[in-house]
Each structure stands twice: as structure tokens, then as C-alpha cells.
Design a protein around this ligand. Structure first.
Ligand SMILES: Cc1cc2nc3c(=O)[nH]c(=O)nc-3n(C[C@H](O)[C@H](O)[C@H](O)COP(=O)(O)O)c2cc1C
Length: 149
């Protein structure tokens, strides 16, 4: 679980591979993304797009994203579940050569959908939707692992 709020990265200045003295935090983050079989991004929608903190960590890496299966869950406090952010985020991930999973997991009215400990109010419905979403990510992870062996 990588919480960008805990990393508190500075605003993007230069890609990691071109930094002379990268911080321990950015090296740690890069190593975790590189080692991951796949990445599941959970992002809120800010004015129809992604928050700057998320774009920051996409841009700071490069090869680490290459062919990485990435699934996107979007969250909002309104009724649309952040469905506008997915198009711009998928495009940026595609540009950086990640492998975006086409399945979506929008979460509308997040404060009503989950309690403060992360438990869904509609467990059956949420589990069903999550199984389909995560199943697509795992399929991509497996396909990628087969291709690289
Ligand atoms: C600057 C800002 C812009 C937002 N823009 C949208 C938006 O375009 N669409 C939407 O559905 N929700 C929007 N929201 C609501 C967020 O998606 C919602 O607050 C979400 O839970 C984010 O969590 P946070 O406020 O803790 O960052 C916006 C919130 C903020 C703070």
C-alpha cells in the first residue's frame, strides 16, 4: 500500500533517471513499483482530472512503468464516482508505456459507500464488483508473467 500523502514528494522537478541525488523516498517508491506484478491506483477526481500528486509520481519514473499492468479505481463524493478522471489518466499511463487494464471500479458518494475503516456499506455488491475488477487485473498480471518467462 503506497500512500502518496505519507511520501510527501516535492512537486515534480526531474525524472528519477536524470536526478543526481535522488531522495531515499523516491528510490524506495521506484523500487516498489518496479518489483510489483501489477499496480492498482485509487484516485479521487479533481476538476475532471487527476490530482497533481498522482501525475507527479507517474512522471518521476519511466522504465518502472513499462508493460506494468495498472488498474484504476476512481473515487468521488458525488454521484459519478470520478468517471471523468479515468480517460486522462489512462492516456498518460499509455503514453508512459504502462499496460492499463480496461476494467473500471468507480466509487460514487465515497463517504456513504465505505466507513472510516474501509469497510463497504454494501459488502455483497462491492465484493461482486471488486471481484470482476481485480480479476481483470490478475488476468493481465498472469498474461504478462507468461510472456516474460
Ligand atoms: C479541488 C477539488 C476538485 C474536485 N473535483 C471533482 C470533480 O471534478 N468530480 C467529482 O466527482 N468530484 C470532485 N471533487 C470531490 C473529490 O473527488 C472528493 O472530495 C474525493 O473524496 C477526494 O477526497 P479528498 O477531498 O480527501 O482529496 C473535487 C474535490 C476537490 C478538493
Amino acid at each position: 500500500m503506497l500512500d502518496l500523502n505519507e511520501y510527501k514528494f516535492p512537486v515534480f522537478d526531474e525524472r528519477l533517471r536524470l536526478q543526481e541525488n535522488p531522495s531515499k523516498a523516491v528510490l524506495d517508491f521506484a523500487a516498489k513499483i518496479k518489483a510489483a506484478d501489477g499496480v492498482l491506483i485509487v484516485t479521487p477526481e479533481y476538476n475532471g482530472g487527476y490530482p497533481a500528486s498522482l501525475k507527479n509520481v507517474i512522471d518521476v519514473l519511466y522504465d518502472e512503468w513499462h508493460r506494468k499492468p495498472v488498474a484504476i479505481s476512481t473515487v468521488s463524493d458525488g454521484i459519478f464516482g470520478g468517471t471523468q478522471v479515468i480517460t486522462s489518466l489512462q492516456f498518460s499511463l499509455w503514453k508512459i508505456r504502462a499496460w492499463t487494464v480496461p476494467a473500471m471500479f468507480p466509487v460514487p458518494k465515497v463517504k456513504d459507500s465505505f466507513d472510516e475503516t474501509g469497510k463497504p456499506t454494501d459488502k455483497t455488491g462491492t465484493d461482486k464488483r471488486a471481484a470482476g475488477f481485480i480479476g481483470e487485473l490478475l488476468w493481465c498480471v498472469e498474461a504478462r508473467n507468461k510472456m516474460s518467462t
